[in-house]
Design a protein around this ligand. Structure first.
Ligand code: SAM
Ligand code: SF4
Length: 350
């Protein structure tokens, strides 16, 4: 039976759960800057499953597992397998975002066998120096190793059955003006050569430590403009509730997507709930840390069934945030003293 749709103050339905499994990462991308350690009070697998179950009861049809780096979590495959019965209650897809450096062929096969539908790998450069800079690695050689690991991961994923032709395998790249914007064309070339869709993401002001400035954002429009000089592109639009606007290479070289969270926000139909590895629920990627709802009181062994679902429903129903649409106005009123605090990316999971 399909669950009833839960709607927020702007009529937005709850549709996607992004669940972070760990705040740790094996990379230190300067635009994300994870802590390198877990917060206290990590959720158990049973608690995570309870959160997913409650979200599905409220209308979530898409689950994305993320981090930190989710491949560092040893219970990943078991959790994916445990979600499979929820397909009968409305769960339609389980996806994973990973930096790909730890994805062996064996692991890709295990993820597929557990029931993972889609895999997005992240790569911000097409040469060792750029990968090193964007992943916070010590030198070009380390960047080159990381690049080769991700390229191997793309092939492992394909061999394991994640078909990029059906959208089951994609590549994410954050583009930061003055840092890796020279990688736009090389990354597009690389993605085209591997037959995977590249999703170009504007550098976002998530967290408080990445030194974000508006002038470090290369807008999605400018990315498309630069790419279309080399490969003409036709627009395919942004699907409802989607984050990415899609484009098709006119020469038949596949598709490209851009995520314009800063320059062209999509708060109006945002349907995503985020839950951190320690069970704090956020309704916005740019949320103040204190605005999160700690779900752990409803995740204790003696909590009556249904209470967690009611707590998440109430959180969603009172949701009114649309930070990205309000950013411009907020920034005009902001001084160093009253600047908004944001929850950190490695907790929220993107
Ligand atoms: N470690 C995994 C990875 O990198 O794919 C999953 C977690 S990561 C936080 C999820 C996505 O968020 C990645 O594609 C990453 O590039 C993106 N991301 C992180 N910080 C960002 C920022 N400040 N602006 C835009 N995207 C960001
Ligand atoms: Fe790690 Fe992903 Fe953050 Fe990079 S973006 S530091 S890979 S969690």
């Amino acid at each position: 039976m399909q669950p009833e749709t839960t709607r927020d103050q702007h009529g937005r339905p709850l549709g996607v759960l992004r669940l972070s499994l760990t705040a740790r990462c094996n990379l230190v991308c300067p635009y994300c800057l994870p802590d390198g350690q877990e917060p206290p009070g990590l959720l158990s697998s049973a608690q995570r499953l309870a959160v997913i179950d409650a979200a599905v009861a409220l209308g979530v049809s898409s689950l994305r597992l993320t981090g930190g780096e989710p491949l560092l979590h040893s219970g990943l495959e078991a959790l994916i397998a445990a979600t499979q019965p929820l397909r009968q209650r409305g769960l339609r897809e389980v996806a994973l975002t990973s930096n790909g450096t730890l994805l062996s062929l064996e692991r890709a096969r295990a993820l597929k066998a557990a029931g993972l539908d889609r895999l997005t790998l992240s790569l911000d450069g097409a040469n060792g120096a750029s990968v090193a800079q964007m992943a916070g690695l010590a030198n070009t050689a380390a960047g080159e190793r990381s690049l080769q690991q991700v390229l191997a991961a793309i092939e492992h994923a394909r061999v394991a059955g994640f078909d990029p032709g059906h959208g089951a395998l994609k590549l994410n790249a954050v583009i930061q003006r003055g840092a890796n914007d020279d990688q736009l064309l090389p990354l597009a070339e690389l993605a085209r050569a591997h037959g995977v869709e590249l999703r170009l993401i504007e550098f976002m002001d998530v967290g408080n430590r990445n030194g974000w400035r508006p002038d470090a954002v290369l807008s999605a429009a400018e990315m498309v403009e630069r790419l279309s000089v080399r490969w003409p592109l036709d627009p395919l639009g942004r699907p409802q509730h989607g984050t990415a606007s899609r484009w098709r290479y006119r020469d038949g070289g596949g598709q490209l997507a851009v995520v314009a969270s800063i320059s062209n926000p999509f708060c109006g139909d945002c349907n995503r709930l985020r839950v951190t590895a320690d069970g704090i629920a956020y309704t916005c990627l740019f949320a103040e840390p204190s605005s999160g709802l700690d779900l752990r009181p409803w995740l204790q062994a003696d909590t009556p069934p249904g209470d967690l679902t009611a707590a998440i429903a109430a959180l969603w129903q009172r949701r009114s945030d649309r930070y990205s649409e309000e950013r411009q106005n907020l920034m005009q009123q902001t001084t160093a003293a009253n600047a908004p605090r944001h929850a950190e990316m490695a907790y929220l999971g993107g």
